[in-house]
Ligand binder design. Sequence first.
Ligand SMILES: *[C@@H]1O[C@H](CO)[C@@H](O)[C@H](O)[C@H]1NC(C)=O
Ligand SMILES: *[C@@H]1O[C@H](CO)[C@@H](O)[C@H](O)[C@H]1NC(C)=O
Ligand SMILES: *[C@@H]1O[C@H](CO)[C@@H](O)[C@H](O)[C@H]1NC(C)=O
Ligand SMILES: *[C@@H]1O[C@H](CO)[C@@H](O)[C@H](O)[C@H]1NC(C)=O
Length: 300
Amino acid sequence: MMSSTSGIVLLVVYLGVCVESKLSYGCYGPPGSPCTKHTLSCAKGEVISLSDNLGVITFAKKLNTSSCEPVLQDECDTNSCCKPGDDSKPSDVMPVSEADKILIYNQCSNKESCTVTSPYKHNSDYNYLQYFYFCMLGSKVNNITDKQNTTHSRSGFLYFTGQTKPSSHLTCSCEVTSPGKINVISYFVNLSPDTCSRVKISSQNRQLVKCDHKGGALIFNKWLDQVKEAITIDFDDFSAKRTDTIWFEFGPERDKELNINCTGCIHINSGPALTPAGFKLGVVTAITIIIPLLITGRHL
Ligand SMILES: *[C@@H]1O[C@H](CO)[C@@H](O)[C@H](O)[C@H]1NC(C)=O
Ligand SMILES: *[C@@H]1O[C@H](CO)[C@@H](O)[C@H](O)[C@H]1NC(C)=O
Ligand SMILES: *[C@@H]1O[C@H](CO)[C@@H](O)[C@H](O)[C@H]1NC(C)=O
Ligand SMILES: *[C@@H]1O[C@H](CO)[C@@H](O)[C@H](O)[C@H]1NC(C)=O
């Protein structure tokens, strides 16, 4: 417990920016049962940064469950079994699985709010879940894909997700420089085995993120390194998967400035993204407009 407390302090110091920490609770129950959708949220203009290096997306068991009744849908926020209550400390906590953690990070990272399906552990009778996260200003989080040359007196942040615009063949780079040393902190890096080799994050030819033996890369909140030389993020013909995410903080030394210089991505989008609805529309168009035209054309 001691170490987690100091861990929180450490993280806030590293952030070097004004952030608000939050602890949210949600009811525990098998999928589909009442109150098993949980919403995490920040104020307008702020975004969620999960912080699970401390094991804080956890199942929790209440100390005193004598008053626990089955939860009803209209009492998700009020049912006393869904939060710690007077006895404040849970009697037992257990981190959620890595797969659940990835899902929650994917859905919530850098979003103003998100609603997640509560993780569930078969054959375990926990009472509630705890989500610990920070809220930070969204405008501080720069997109890797945008052309930019920005100077920061404190930490700078670079972000990429394959979720918003499915993009193919991205080629671009960002360079992060400072007159002093730079702390490199991962908030979340998730690259699939198919795409990891297309992304290079390095300083002086030293890779800061390495693709693992399965080919991908997965890093939650972690201080990675302190470097003296420029850091580059290179996308080389990178066709991102929806789950691909990169989120870094770059912290300069005190009183030193940080420069982020990005080329902006050149990308060949393979036409408008075909959502299932878009695809249906396309098929309907083909049947109702194009095919009759072809047939008419043939008759002319
Ligand atoms: C548990 O909670 C019930 C109802 O809130 C209370 O009456 C009881 O005294 C508590 N038991 C302990 C051991 O604290
Ligand atoms: C980054 O891109 C997203 C989605 O296109 C946008 O909503 C956000 O404002 C951008 N962030 C910055 C700092 O420009
Ligand atoms: C980026 O900005 C810095 C400081 O504002 C400036 O010195 C530098 O020349 C700029 N670089 C480019 C490529 O625009
Ligand atoms: C910034 O980016 C431009 C365009 O890629 C590049 O020519 C320039 O050298 C970069 N400047 C710095 C200071 O990194």
